[in-house]
Ligand binder design. Structure first.
Ligand code: SAM
Length: 276
């Protein structure tokens, strides 16, 4: 695996593009473990975002029925097309945040770190079975953080609203070429059953988490414009808003169900205009 990667890099004189997060995984064991974690079979269709030089893609193609790989760098797409003769891999050239995603039931990727956040939010809107993803360590820690802890953020809340997320392995920066400035981690995401998923209003969660250490009422007051309330409307409804559920908690202590209570209360009182 590793030899193939360096062979391709030197054959095509490829200079990794840092703006595209091109840090290639060079430790075969990590690739194997992630493919194992995805529990692939012939009936699976895997989405890979950012196949790079195809080392992980190659392993996925051996175990899954079909692999779709979205790659933005045209130089890399050209190399993949020349060097591999996969029958079950389709390379989609384009920006993963702009192209339409094909149907898939699993995701395995070493994500380009620049788009970790939008890719994760986008993924959470899909029906899938399992995703095995490599992120920057700090981002991964935020993804799995529990309410009331130091790393708990809007990202943690939104992930928790829809999925179970587990940080299953830390990866030192030396496992990549070129070596990035930070460590990484593997996160396994599995969507919660539909009945347990919580649809949260994006404006409300953004307004609250703008002030993650404040109490709920103060956070709403200070971000009222983000949920469409002007100063006068807020003032007129102050007493109602003071009775908002969980008003005694600080924002970083709120679970998805707590935020749902707040959302429902504001909706019932005509102080929020749309649901999820
Ligand atoms: N999967 C390979 C590996 O593990 O060695 C490469 C992973 S590398 C961290 C990220 C890859 O994503 C690069 O090949 C990069 O060109 C590609 N990429 C960056 N931004 C992208 C985007 N917006 N859409 C699709 N691919 C992107």
């Amino acid at each position: 695996m590793r030899d193939r990667l360096f062979f391709l890099i030197s054959k095509y004189n490829l200079r990794p593009n840092r703006d595209l997060g091109q840090n290639f995984l060079i430790v075969p064991d990590i690739i194997e473990r992630n493919v194992d974690r995805a529990e692939l079979s012939e009936s699976d269709t895997v989405l890979e975002i950012g196949p790079g030089l195809g080392i992980l893609t190659d392993e996925l193609s051996k175990r899954a029925g079909k692999v779709f790989a979205i790659e933005k760098d045209p130089r890399i797409v050209e190399i993949l097309k020349r060097e591999y003769s996969w029958s079950n891999v389709e390379i989609i050239e384009g920006d993963a945040m702009k192209v339409e995603w094909p149907e898939f039931n699993k995701v395995v990727s070493n994500l380009p770190y620049q788009i970790s956040s939008p890719v994760t939010f986008k993924l959470l809107n899909y029906e899938f079975e399992k995703a095995v993803l490599i992120y920057q360590l700090e981002f991964a820690e935020r993804m799995v953080a529990k309410p009331g802890t130091r790393n708990y953020s809007r990202l943690s809340l939104m992930v928790r609203a829809k999925a179970r997320a587990e940080l299953v392995e830390r990866i030192g920066r030396g496992a990549f070429w070129p070596k990035p400035k930070v460590d990484s981690a593997v996160v396994v995401l599995e969507p919660k059953p539909r009945s347990e998923r919580v649809e949260l209003n994006e404006n409300l969660t953004k307004a609250l988490f703008q002030h993650r250490r404040k109490k709920v009422y103060a956070a709403l007051r200070d971000s009222r414009h983000m949920i469409g309330l002007d100063k006068e409307t807020f003032r007129r409804n102050r007493e109602i808003i003071q009775k908002v559920p969980h008003s005694e908690k600080r924002v970083y202590e709120l679970s998805p169900l707590d935020v749902l209570d707040i959302q429902d209360y504001l909706l019932e009182n005509g102080l929020l205009y749309e649901k999820g």
